[in-house]
Design a protein around this ligand. Sequence first.
Ligand SMILES: C[S@@+](CC[C@H](N)C(=O)[O-])C[C@H]1O[C@@H](n2cnc3c(N)ncnc32)[C@H](O)[C@@H]1O
Length: 195
Amino acid sequence: MKRFSKACERNKEPIGDVLADILPDDGLVLEVGSGTGQHAVAFARRFPHIRWQPTDRPGRLDSIRAWRADADLDNLNEPLEFDLFDDAPPVDRADAVVAINVIHIAPADAIAPLFTHADAVLDEGAPVILYGPYRYRDRELEPSNEQFDRHLQARNPESGLRVFEDVDDIAADHGFEHVATKRLPANNDIHWWRR
Ligand SMILES: C[S@@+](CC[C@H](N)C(=O)[O-])C[C@H]1O[C@@H](n2cnc3c(N)ncnc32)[C@H](O)[C@@H]1O
């Protein structure tokens, strides 16, 4: 039941260091595509003032539940089923939306719904935070990310690295302004936006 991702173990600290500067002092963080549940546990533990709401697509919650049960953290909610193509968000409101390594796995047309849902649940000024590898229009893709992109598309033609500028255009269409980027190890970036 309890799945394990080595990447999560490697990236939870650097991602957490950036989240420490972005997340509000308290409130609810809505995590999209929580995967194994390791990040949810790590960040609920690291940010005890925050309530963490993990989610993932239907049928994918067992590992999150198992990690949550072992961690026994008061501020980590039961995971909720949520697909970005759902009509409604899984919660009525949140103080931040976080998606780690999701937008290059989900189809490209899941990005607009992500910002639609974020728009529905976030107050003005609350961040949307997206971590993962990106393409950029003004630079060559790193060889490791080029290889990763080929691997993703061979596995599922709908997956693949997204072009940052396209993501930013979609964010802007939904009223979100890009705040900053932080480069993290292994050619991954965190971008965040606020309305
Ligand atoms: C590479 S995994 C990342 C999991 C976790 N966030 C991590 O960093 O280890 C991609 C995640 O995106 C989720 N996902 C893919 N398509 C989705 C969609 N349409 N709506 C919501 N989540 C989706 C998958 O179920 C999976 O949990």
